[in-house]
Design a protein around this ligand. Structure first.
Ligand SMILES: C[S@@+](CC[C@H](N)C(=O)[O-])C[C@H]1O[C@@H](n2cnc3c(N)ncnc32)[C@H](O)[C@@H]1O
Ligand SMILES: Nc1nc2[nH]cc(C(=O)O)c2c(=O)[nH]1
Ligand code: SF4
Ligand SMILES: [Mg+2]
Length: 242
């Protein structure tokens, strides 16, 4: 169709398992869009963020994206995870509409910096506000607009934690959003260079941070929090396409 909006796609891969948060372990195909309005210091997906990788991103229509998802999933509907980059800066409403019509479910991961009316069509909206260690600053009115836009979808919050400052920040943020199920995830400090497919990750450091995080949460009797590692990173490091 001429004039149809295209979506900038960095990669489509799977099925694998969702490695993080509320849907951990669920078989899923990933659609990773290209481009992000943030630059987190420790971003593990720079190949979908930095402008120098623009040339590797492909403009695709909703129909083309769903055709690839259907091919990868063998035509059997499953969960589709929309990530990036920031998938909220892409026109994904039509993908969700077409995918739902074919029986697919949709979860989307975003930092909550851009609100879209089609958030309400998602099956799950994962809001991941960025803590101080990221070097980013959350625009809270916009984050609240994302929450508003997502009414109708299941919504959860997932916060990456590297240190005491992040932890204290997460406590404050969680207190402000008691309605959102909360997932805490230890950060990994060793994302590969974006053009390197190496899987090397400082897993000992991640494990240590995970144990520290569990200790803090139980010491503080913070019983609403759920602490989970990145399962795919444990299994495959920071390898791409898994
Ligand atoms: C690459 S981001 C893409 C989606 C969106 N831009 C966001 O940040 O929510 C997907 C998830 O990975 C998390 N993440 C990114 N880098 C990480 C790292 N080094 N360690 C742990 N989690 C990380 C983000 O916080 C987010 O929850
Ligand atoms: N298996 C797997 N699970 C994930 N959960 C969130 C991911 C992401 O990069 O958004 C991710 C990913 O890249 N792979
Ligand atoms: S918001 Fe997400 S994709 Fe963008 S730089 Fe941060 S972690 Fe990476
Ligand atoms: Mg990732």
């Amino acid at each position: 169709m001429s004039g149809e909006a295209t979506i900038r796609v960095s990669e489509i891969f799977g099925p694998t398992i969702q490695g993080e948060g509320a849907l951990i372990g669920v078989p899923t195909v990933f659609v990773r869009t290209g481009g992000c309005d943030y630059r987190c210091e420790w971003c593990d997906s720079l190949h979908a963020v930095e402008a120098e990788y623009r040339g590797t991103w492909t403009p695709m229509t909703a129909q083309e994206i769903m055709a690839e998802v259907v091919r990868l999933s063998g035509g059997k509907p499953l969960l589709v995870s929309l990530s990036g980059g920031n998938p909220a800066i892409q026109p994904l409403g039509e993908v969700i509409r077409q995918g739902h019509a074919q029986g697919y479910g949709f979860a989307l991961e975003t930092q909550g910096s851009v609100a879209r009316d089609w958030f309400s069509d998602l099956d799950m909206l994962v809001l991941s506000p960025k803590p101080p260690s990221s070097g980013m600053q959350v625009d809270w009115p916009v984050f609240d607009a994302c929450l508003q836009a997502g009414q109708g979808a299941d919504m959860v919050m997932k916060i990456v934690i590297f240190d005491d400052t992040d932890y204290a920040w997460a406590r404050d943020v969680a207190a402000r959003y008691p309605q959102l199920p909360l997932f805490l995830q230890p950060g990994n400090h060793t994302p590969p260079p974006p053009d390197d497919d190496s899987a090397t990750v400082d897993q000992d450091g991640v494990d240590e941070r995970m144990r520290w995080l569990v200790d803090r949460v139980v010491q503080d009797r913070w019983y609403q929090a759920r602490v989970l590692p990145q399962l795919h990173v444990m299994l495959w490091g920071n390898k791409r396409g898994v």
